[in-house]
Design a protein. Structure first.
Length: 184
């Protein structure tokens, strides 16, 4: 299967063209954020204030980089478990994010929000953090440096590999995979 190249920020048209199971190569900006940053972002949005970056069309990568070694752009940067972001993801999608990158299945509320706000959930390969780091060409702090690895960072990536696991059409590779290999 050919890999689909996508560039951020994403549009509704690009998101609508993606289906569960598609392999993608992402180029452009992606933003890292984990639990603490997600909590802060939703609190800011709920107060009617502006986020520290323009979330419209952007992907949020559930990751916290390891320390950067001399001469490198970033340390290892593998995906973290997405389940912890379930309470926050619908609100960020409502604010204009076009999706997220992580590992593990997101819940039914997130699946409904992906459909409602035309967004996509992508999986990055766990255990490939050092290889993923090689796709990062720029690494900039955005907000909340005091959170350490949970701070928001803007990563400029080239050909970051991911798989569409939950799409805006209701497709869910986690469910489809189980059905495909279930014994009758």
């Amino acid at each position: 299967m050919a890999k689909i190249t996508i560039t951020t920020p994403l549009t509704d048209e690009v998101v609508m063209s993606l289906k569960a199971g598609d392999e993608v190569l992402i180029s452009g900006a992606i933003y890292t954020a984990r639990d603490a940053a997600h909590r802060r972002m939703t609190e800011i949005l709920d107060r009617g204030e502006k986020l520290p970056f323009d979330i419209k069309g952007q992907l949020i990568y559930y990751a916290g980089p390891t320390p950067t070694r001399p001469g490198k752009v970033i340390g290892s940067i593998g995906p973290t478990s997405s389940v912890r972001m379930n309470p926050y993801a619908p609100r960020l999608l409502q604010a204009g994010s076009k999706g997220m990158i992580g590992k593990g299945e997101m819940n039914a509320d997130v699946q409904m929000a992906l459909q409602k706000y035309t967004a996509v959930y992508l999986a990055a390969v766990g255990g490939a953090a050092a290889l993923i780091a090689q796709t990062v060409v720029k690494n900039e702090p955005v907000a909340w440096e005091e959170l350490g690895t949970e701070a928001i960072r803007k990563l400029t990536v080239k050909d970051f590999p991911a798989i569409v696991v939950q799409d805006c059409h209701g497709g869910n590779l986690f469910l489809e995979g189980v059905k495909k290999y279930a014994k009758i």
